[in-house]
Design a protein around this ligand. Structure first.
Ligand SMILES: [Zn+2]
Length: 331
């Protein structure tokens, strides 16, 4: 199957867009992060992703598609499987009716277990289109429980010194996951309004947070931890408070790159993406005949070729195959 990556994934043989960033008549939306969405006329998405995007898509005519229910699209069927990355996140299996070929587009996945996301299912396929965000060998994350335990000990230490801890994580997905973990450890949490609104949607979808959800209203309750996305909103919210201590939770903390992992008082590698080894292991589990990697880095495709998988990195910035010293035509 021919695969094009240009502000989204496109399968020209069946005229199907996946996570197009430009408005289309029809496109799959794998999950509700803004780097995977546009206001398509008829987006296909899971019911939980639709809950998260209902305002954003209010002028659209969405096609909600539950996990495991094949949608008949003429030449092919489209079936969604849990991706484990955030509430509602889905991998897409496209199965040709004429040849039986199975093409899997992962979207963003998370392999490690999460108390708030539908758990990832490995989906065997012929052609794998894999998100490669941390597709470089140096991005290997420590055990997640260990990272969370370090985070809790650090927060307790800060609180015992009378300081005001701020935990940073992206508004959708990671924040709700971290909120769940910290509540379950008995922390008194106040959260940014956007994080709160999304947590409410998680509750509608059946997630039961193990503690009270409270919005940060500008008053800092004694002994509380503030959970807030990074950026200007946070800077404004915490302006004027003394004794702030900032904890960043991001995979980039592994090497302090991309502006992350440097500014916080503590930076811990907690991610909603797989690390390099988990990406490679996922490829082994789904046993594809060919692999396209998108986003991230070309090193993953090179590594997979070394393991015997025909693999190519598609560079979205130029919409073309990035040459890493290996030429191949994959159809
Ligand atoms: Zn995402």
């Amino acid at each position: 199957m021919q695969v094009v990556f240009e502000r989204g994934v496109y399968l020209p043989e069946i005229d199907l867009w996946l996570d197009s960033l430009r408005k289309k008549d029809t496109s799959l939306i794998s999950h509700a992060h803004s780097d995977h969405t546009a206001r398509h006329l008829r987006p296909v998405l899971t019911p939980n992703t639709l809950l998260l995007l209902s305002d954003y898509l209010k002028k659209s005519d969405p096609i909600p598609l539950s996990y495991h229910e094949p949608l008949d699209c003429g030449k092919y069927t489209l079936t969604l499987y849990p991706a484990g990355h955030c509430l509602g996140s889905a991998q897409s299996l496209i199965q040709s009716k004429s040849t039986g070929e199975r093409v899997l587009y992962t979207g963003d996945i998370k392999v490690k277990p999460s108390p708030t996301n539908e758990p990832l299912e490995a989906v065997p396929c012929d052609t794998l289109i894999l998100e490669a965000t941390y597709g470089r060998p140096k991005y290997v994350f420590p055990d997640q429980d260990q990272v969370l335990s370090t985070a809790c000990n650090t927060l307790k230490n800060w609180l015992s010194q009378g300081q005001k801890p701020v935990v940073q994580g992206w508004r959708l997905g990671k924040s709700q996951e971290v909120l769940y973990h910290l509540l379950s450890q008995g922390f008194d949490m106040v959260v940014d309004d956007g994080v709160y609104q999304i947590a409410q949607i998680y509750q509608q979808a059946g997630v039961k947070f193990p503690g009270e959800l409270r919005v940060f209203d500008g008053q800092w309750p004694e002994g509380a931890v503030l959970l807030c996305p990074p950026g200007r909103g946070m800077t404004k919210a915490v302006n004027g408070f003394r004794g702030l201590k900032v904890m960043e939770l991001t995979g980039w903390a592994v090497d302090g790159s991309r502006g992350w992992g440097r500014r916080g008082d503590a930076s811990l590698p907690f991610s909603d993406h797989p690390d390099f080894n988990e990406l490679v292991e996922y490829v082994r589990r789904v046993q594809p005949k060919e692999v396209y990697t998108v986003n991230g880095f070309p090193e993953l495709a090179a590594h997979l070729r070394g393991l015997g998988y025909p693999a190519v990195h598609l560079d979205g910035r130029r919409g073309e195959i990035q040459d890493t010293g290996f030429q191949m035509k994959m159809m």
